[in-house]
Design a protein around this ligand. Structure first.
Ligand SMILES: Nc1ncnc2c1ncn2[C@@H]1O[C@H](COP(=O)(O)OP(=O)(O)O)[C@@H](O)[C@H]1O
Ligand SMILES: N[C@@H](CCOP(=O)(O)O)C(=O)O
Length: 312
């Protein structure tokens, strides 16, 4: 094999109550990375498209290069690799942009080098890339981007990643206001301490959400989509957030929250029809505010990252 291209999807991290420990993947939207063997030793980023010139070509600053470097440190590989990155995701959007690049790069290199690692074993390398991009090695974007579906990170030390059930019919609407919020900045506004009362409320909601996913109990999922830890500090950075939350209630959506660190808002619905209806209602909210948005309606992606093309 000389050249492999892989795709990794956009992801919604936190899913309201699961700060740094829950995430899910969405369909269609994502990044593509092509990795080729090269005669010159080392890792080089040779092409980046779709980033409006914003991303670094230095391999030790780009999440593709950082993830691949972390992987190669664990194996015997003296050769060279060239990376082409095709960004499908906007930067600083809260849709796991940095994670999608890292995961697609890892999946491509793993195949190129004859699959030395199981898919799940690639996660620690992707986490190293998140540390560079976001200032924290959180795994709630990279895990669903790699594995698909809903994923729980039960623990980081050692890493314990649990795939969860995806209820039939569950749909997601993503509302992306045209603002940039860097994850490192959105993390810096968080309170450092949590009260016992909030810790109890949050734990109940996480447990309820996980149980709701397995029991395919839409009402329980709905009651559990509640974040008392990150949302109060972050929602003030997102114009229209409270209005969207209010507008979707009557339409039958299960609830909404900040996707990752924002500004994207995710809305979960029990079927596709409601997912389209809440997308229409969100559009109305942002038209009133006068802020342009992009809207995406998607089923939950259960496939995760995958190979698109291989050249011998
Ligand atoms: N390949 C990459 N794709 C996206 N962001 C990258 C990449 N490499 C480095 N970064 C850096 O990561 C940050 C974007 O990540 P982040 O704020 O986490 O976005 P998102 O909220 O969409 O996941 C930017 O500062 C960007 O420069
Ligand atoms: N758990 C992280 C998730 C960040 O997601 P991103 O898509 O905004 O990078 C956090 O909440 O900081």
């Amino acid at each position: 094999m000389q050249k492999v291209t892989a795709f990794a999807p956009a992801t919604v991290a936190n899913v309201s109550c699961g700060f740094d420990i829950l995430g899910f993947a969405v369909d269609d939207l994502g990044d593509k990375v092509t990795v080729s063997l090269s005669g010159n030793p080392g890792i080089r980023v040779t092409k980046i498209e779709g980033d409006k010139g914003k991303l670094p070509y230095e391999a030790d600053k780009n999440t593709c290069g950082v993830a691949i470097h972390a992987m190669l440190e664990q194996m015997d590989f003296e050769g060279g690799l060239e990376i082409e990155l095709y960004k499908g995701l906007p930067l600083g959007s809260g849709m796991g942009s940095s994670a999608a690049s890292a995961v697609a790069a890892l999946v491509a290199v793993n195949r190129l080098l004859g699959n030395p690692f199981e898919k799940k074993e690639l996660l620690p390398f992707a986490i190293e890339a998140e540390r560079i991009a976001c200032g924290a090695g959180h795994a709630d974007n990279v895990s669903p981007a790699l594995l698909g579906g809903f994923v729980l990170i039960r623990d980081y030390h050692p890493l314990d990643v649990i795939p969860l059930n995806v209820p039939r019919g569950l749909y997601c609407t993503l509302v992306h206001p045209h603002l940039v919020l860097n994850t490192s900045d959105s993390r810096s506004v968080l309170r450092r301490n949590v009260s016992l009362k909030d810790a109890t409320t949050q734990s109940g909601n996480i447990a309820g959400l996980v149980a709701g996913l397995f029991q395919e109990d839409m009402s329980l999922i709905s009651r559990s989509l509640n974040d008392v830890i990150a949302e109060p500090s972050r929602s003030v950075l997102i114009p229209g957030y409270d209005e969207v939350k209010e507008a979707i209630k009557a339409a039958g959506a299960l609830g909404c929250g900040i996707s990752g660190s924002g500004p994207t808002i995710f809305i979960l619905s029990p079927n596709e029809e409601i997912a389209w209806e809440v997308s229409r209602l969100s559009q109305q909210v942002f038209e009133k505010i006068g802020l342009p948005i992009d809207l995406y309606v998607s089923a939950i992606n259960t496939r995760g990252a995958y190979i698109i093309e291989e050249e011998q």
